[in-house]
Design a protein around this ligand. Structure first.
Ligand SMILES: Cc1cc2nc3c(=O)[nH]c(=O)nc-3n(C[C@H](O)[C@H](O)[C@H](O)COP(=O)(O)OP(=O)(O)OC[C@H]3O[C@@H](n4cnc5c(N)ncnc54)[C@H](O)[C@@H]3O)c2cc1C
Length: 325
């Protein structure tokens, strides 16, 4: 690991490296074994040297943000976990340029304080900007793809500015999922002015509701499964939908989960919330293996009942046999 030590000497302020770092300390689920190397990089300009060195080790490299949408294996990840921790937010020519290590909530608060409208309904989503771009985060009718103009990335060879239309954004996904080796560095955001009182009030009300639904100390990843497009539902599922369940062409996966009795289900130290059929959390005594087992049994119960295969919104790390969507 001489290469990594040389990097540290070259970028003593910009890079930190820990060995055998428990990933449970970096995931909202509070689960996950150690990463062989855990590398934080605070300067985008260091990435050409960082990636060249890390790739030279021959070990697999993955990128993490705030860890709020992840299930990491109990065995951990025998490779290098990389995080870009740059968190500057700057305003230029009426646009915001934010680095992807900025906490999502800080970005929402920044724009709410400027009375700019468009992301105030996304208040309370945990994690960092990088993870929000990767998964095209959204809530209450607002989605990041609606106001991101472009995303700056490092692809291992060069820095590039990807315009919104080429980011491959769609419901809870982006083209970045097909380029897992790219590092998302920053986003240029443009929001129109809104009514200052309305923007603040909406953000405040939604945050209050969210904090009740997802208490800040809850060890979870938010909704485990994606919602479903009505147009893609099998007949057996379509036939049983109650009136009024559809919203913007989608049906909550929670409805299907509720029908198979998921609320309150328990497996070891992992539970499904009694009030939210699509919310799995760690009581503190759970394991990632139990989360996976519970996910698998919920999927098979829904499939048996509705011919419908639910798809995880949450991303897997350290599971060679599981697919992240
Ligand atoms: C209580 C709770 C409520 C939630 N509510 C919502 C909600 O309403 N709407 C919603 O959309 N999501 C929600 N989520 C899910 C999660 O908060 C979002 O998906 C969030 O945007 C993930 O950001 P993160 O930084 O934590 O990403 P992580 O979990 O760290 O990573 C997610 C993925 O992004 C990739 N990634 C992260 N940063 C980078 C980067 N810089 N470069 C390249 N790849 C990167 C990782 O490789 C990983 O595959 C919720 C989660 C929780 C715990």
């Amino acid at each position: 690991m001489q290469g990594i030590h040389n990097l540290l000497q070259r970028f003593p302020k910009e890079i930190s490296v820990r060995e055998n770092e428990p990933l449970s300390n970096h995931t909202r689920f509070g689960l996950g074994g150690p990463a062989r190397f855990f590398v934080n990089v605070s300067s985008a300009e260091a990435f050409p040297a960082v990636l060249a060195t890390l790739q030279g080790t021959g070990r697999p490299v993955i990128t993490l943000g705030g860890g709020s949408n992840l299930i990491v294996a109990d065995q951990g990840f025998d490779g290098i976990v990389l995080r870009f921790t740059g968190k500057s937010i700057t305003r230029k020519n009426g646009k915001t340029i934010a680095e992807s290590g900025v906490m999502w909530q800080d970005l929402v608060d920044f724009h709410t304080n400027l009375a700019l409208t468009g992301m105030e309904r996304m208040t309370g989503i945990p994690g960092w900007l990088g993870g929000a771009l990767y998964g095209n985060a959204g809530a209450y009718g607002q989605t990041i793809m609606d106001f991101v103009e472009s995303v700056r990335i490092y692809d291992g060879e060069s820095f590039r500015e990807i315009p919104n239309a080429e980011c491959g954004f769609a419901y809870r996904t982006s083209g970045f999922k097909s380029h897992k080796d790219w590092i998302l560095l920053n986003a240029t955001i443009q929001l129109p002015p809104g009514d200052p009182i309305e923007v603040r009030q909406t953000a405040h009300e939604i945050l209050t509701t969210r904090n009740e639904k997802f208490p800040p100390t809850m060890k979870c990843a938010g909704s485990i499964f994606k919602n479903l497009f009505v147009a893609e539902l099998p007949e057996k599922a379509l036939n049983r939908l109650p009136p009024g369940i559809m919203r913007a062409g989608k049906v909550p996966s929670a409805w299907f989960l509720e029908q198979i009795g998921s609320k309150g289900m328990t497996l070891g130290g992992i539970e499904v919330a009694t009030y939210h059929a699509n919310l799995i959390y760690n009581t503190g005594a759970g394991t990632s293996a139990e989360v996976c087992q519970l996910i698998d049994s919920l999927k098979s119960l829904v499939f048996n009942e509705f011919d419908l295969m639910l798809e995880e919104e949450v991303q897997y790390i350290g599971f060679p046999d599981r697919t992240s969507h």
